[in-house]
Design a protein around this ligand. Sequence first.
Ligand code: CO8
Length: 258
Amino acid sequence: MSEESLVLSTIEGPIAILTLNRPQALNALSPALIDDLIRHLEACDADDSIRVIIITGAGRAFAAGADIKAMANATPIDMLTSGMIARWARIAAVRKPVIAAVNGYALGGGCELAMMCDIIIASENAQFGQPEINLGIIPGAGGTQRLTRALGPYRAMELILTGATISAQEALTHGLVCRVCPPESLLDEARRIAQTIAAKSPLAVQLAKEAVRMAAETTVREGLAIELRNFYLLFASADQKEGMQAFIEKRAPNFSGR
Ligand code: CO8
């Protein structure tokens, strides 16, 4: 683990823990930090030994947003040509499951980053919101779409227009997060979920992730078509044969990812 890095990477067997590491700036997502995060995510995606990725933040924030200081004097052409926002799509394109362990503020781009992950768990002191309106802008990395799908149009509209934040508990009530824990057990809880997923067939996990994503991003008809295609496809895998044979033989399956 390199201490100077903007993103610290710890590998624990099949689990990679990526820690956003600019605590003095509440992990504000500078272009360099985002680049580093994408580099780590894509390396994990390409590494067969890693099955689940956890993203968390160092210090008292998950991420307090895109780096305001890096954007303050930007022109629209700077924003466009730097690819500053476009490259965020590579975070959402990771094929392996990504768990956001939100340890504090998840605001603006930080909330959008959490929502690009597949599962969000939060510590009791976490806060979520899209406060861009306070800066004279609007969310630009998916906040208007993903928060609206998570909270419903009326609560999301209120948050996005007022810049207010919600607590971890409210996020839990709305289904934005699936678990709230004391800060000291947040990472262990993320590890527990990750270990459970890591024991499944990685092929089934990836194809399930793709199909569930379709539910949030396309029509039911398109989603059903992808679900069915992925369902059929898994019958070509050794893991499907192993999973069903293990059930019949009353033993634990040993999934190979083939
Ligand atoms: N960008 C840059 N620096 C930040 C950011 C940020 N988003 N958030 C906090 N910091 C810095 C502060 O400037 C401060 O630095 P310094 O010590 O040098 O003055 C340090 O972090 C600590 O912050 P505070 O002193 O403000 O800490 P407080 O506990 O008083 O307040 C808050 C915590 C409430 C979280 C406060 O820091 C805050 O409001 N932060 C900004 C939140 C925000 O507006 N986020 C949205 C940013 S815009 C955005 O995300 C758009 C995304 C668009 C897509 C991506 C495009 C690339």
